[in-house]
Design a binder for this molecule. Structure first.
Ligand code: GLN
Length: 195
């Protein structure tokens, strides 16, 4: 059966995520068709969901204005998998520490935005990720880190002693951008539970 993956396309690396989820599907013997989500009505048809990075203040406002936020909540409540990267993770968190972000509260974790400071605005690092045999080439761009996490949250990777990849039920969230490399193992972990 072909899987339908929805990429939230209000901002961010939409085509890179589309490619990565197709490659991860192929690596697991599954065909994936990709839908771009800009308005309400598409998320209910999706088996998998991807929330790219961008600017969390803008993304969260658009998701609420368009009625997509409720649909994402229903998707997670139905235990269907989600990969949320960078600003996507910020939007799904319980607390982004910024009144301009309307968090969806679907990942039981607080985040600290732009946590690596100006000097280290963006960098690449080989990251040990639980469930992957070899380090993942993680690209961080004005990245957040995860602060407090709830009991049910599994920390999949940390950098500098701070969590940068987590799993909470059907949702995997990363501070970094796994769609910016050819390596689709993180998409595999999120959607097929193995990289
Ligand atoms: N700094 C952005 C924010 O706080 C996130 C950056 C990104 O998604 N690459 O929304």
């Amino acid at each position: 059966m072909t899987l339908t993956a929805g990429v939230v396309a209000v901002q961010g690396d939409v085509s890179e995520h589309a490619e990565a989820v197709r490659r991860a599907g192929a690596a697991h013997g599954r065909e994936v068709t990709v839908e771009r989500i800009r308005t309400a009505g598409t998320v209910p048809d999706c088996d998998l969901l991807l929330l790219p990075g961008g600017e969390s203040t803008t993304i969260s406002r658009l998701l609420h204005d368009e009625g997509i936020a409720e649909e994402i909540t229903a998707h997670v409540e139905a235990e269907k998998p989600v990969l949320a990267t960078c600003a996507g993770l910020i939007v799904l968190s319980t607390d982004a520490g910024d009144d301009r972000v309307e968090e969806l509260g679907l990942v039981d974790a607080s985040v600290e935005r732009n946590a690596f400071g100006r000097q280290a605005d963006s960098f690449e690092a080989p990251l040990d990720v639980s469930g992957l045999d070899d380090p993942f080439p993680a690209v961080f761009i004005r990245a957040p880190v995860v602060g407090e996490v709830g009991d049910g949250v599994e920390v999949l990777a940390s950098w500098d002693g701070r969590p940068v990849a987590i799993r909470d039920g059907p949702v995997v969230g990363t501070s970094f951008h796994p769609e910016l490399t050819d390596d689709s193992r993180l998409h595999g972990l999120a959607f097929f539970r193995d990289g």
